[in-house]
Design a protein around this ligand. Structure first.
Ligand code: NAD
Ligand code: AKB
Length: 314
């Protein structure tokens, strides 16, 4: 068992819910603290209520538990952020700056701050979007991700803080529902299918987006965090990819299990967000630096989601 004390901020969201058991297995139940504004639906180890916009509360928690690593997962995602851009910006930036400052002051060994494909906008190449493409995001969420990437680089260069980041694609998981993003349809559609319902999709059928099964996202996170510092050449955020598919592709994949399943396409404001994002991602630099390789394609992810959710709904 590794001797670290890990703080996961935003622990009860889509990623945190799936990440906590992995961290428990590596560091032990007693050495992982989940913190969130929301109380957990079910008990997952140690929990502390925290509003991460409050720097003093965060610093007190870090001191109390002698935290050595922070995973900062609290954020307002792309679709939800558009309902109140200034609130989303303030929350995303204040929590980030509080984390970076507490990490600097308390000499935290490592910090993980996820970014997103939302950091890219209209002027980046849509196919095989490269690591260093122009970043001109269309959403407040994307703007906050670009700012977070630059703040992370700044804290690394100026203070030597070991902060690491991945530009996650849309993440697909069975453990919890996603928290207000543009790629949420790719989770909700499975819940409908295994319950024998049809699905109303808020994106058009031909909307191609980069996606990843949660197992791959967690493995990427832990591999990045475990990689020797000398292997980390990117201190903004690494491009990362698993698969790309459209709602029509996903529907067809689900229909191999449920031939009667149907999807209606009723695009709303999220279509414009999706259209501003890459369609496929070039993650050569992550593969080269720390050996990234995804395990899940559309077929394997569909099989896993249907198996897992069928057990939940039976
Ligand atoms: P989520 O919305 O599911 O969870 C975020 C959690 O943060 C929630 O449980 C929320 O209660 C908590 N939170 C919000 N404000 C807080 C505050 N002030 N103090 C403490 N906790 C607070 O998000 P997620 O999907 O788990 O994403 C985690 C991170 O990964 C985010 O930075 C997100 O941008 C990034 N990301 C996620 C995806 C994805 O598809 N899920 C893709 C790309 C990037
Ligand atoms: C969202 O849709 O906002 C997230 C993301 C890709 O960052 N899932």
């Amino acid at each position: 068992m590794k001797r670290e004390t890990i703080l996961v901020i935003g622990a009860n969201g889509q990623i945190g819910t799936a990440l906590l058991p992995r961290l428990h297995a590596i560091y032990g139940l007693r050495n992982v603290i989940g913190a969130d504004l929301r109380r957990p639906d079910r008990e997952q180890g140690q929990f502390e209520w925290l509003d991460a916009t409050q720097a003093d509360e965060l610093a007190a928690l870090v001191r109390r538990h002698r935290v050595t690593q922070i995973y900062h997962l609290a954020a307002i995602l792309s679709a939800k952020g558009e309902s109140d851009p200034i609130w989303a910006w303030n929350l995303n930036m204040q929590t980030l700056l509080n984390v970076l400052e507490v990490a600097r002051i308390h000499q935290i060994r490592k910090v993980f701050v996820p970014s997103s494909i939302a950091a890219f906008g209209d002027d980046a190449p849509k196919y095989e979007t490269p690591q260093t493409a122009v970043l001109d995001p269309a959403t407040v969420y994307g703007i906050s991700k670009v700012a977070a990437e630059n703040w992370s680089l700044y804290y690394h260069k100026r203070y030597g803080l070991d902060v690491r980041s991945l530009r996650f694609p849309g993440l697909i998981s069975y453990q919890s529902m996603p928290g207000g993003g543009t790629t949420d349809y790719a989770v909700a559609i499975f819940h409908a299918a295994v319950q024998g319902k049809s699905y109303d999709c808020f994106l058009a059928e031909n909307t191609l987006l980069p996606m990843m099964y949660m197992d791959d996202a967690l493995r990427a996170t832990l591999e990045l965090m475990e990689a020797p510092e000398s292997r980390i050449s990117v201190r903004t955020s690494y491009n990362l990819t698993g698969m790309s598919f459209t709602p029509a592709d996903l529907t067809a994949s689900i229909q191999t299990y449920f031939p009667e399943f149907t999807t209606r396409y009723l695009p709303d404001f999220r279509q414009a967000i999706a259209d501003s994002w890459p369609k496929t991602i070039d993650d050569t630099v992550a593969r080269r630096d720390w050996g990234w390789k995804p395990d899940y394609d559309l077929t394997r992810m569909t099989q896993e989601m249907i198996t897992r959710l069928s057990a939940v709904y039976q």
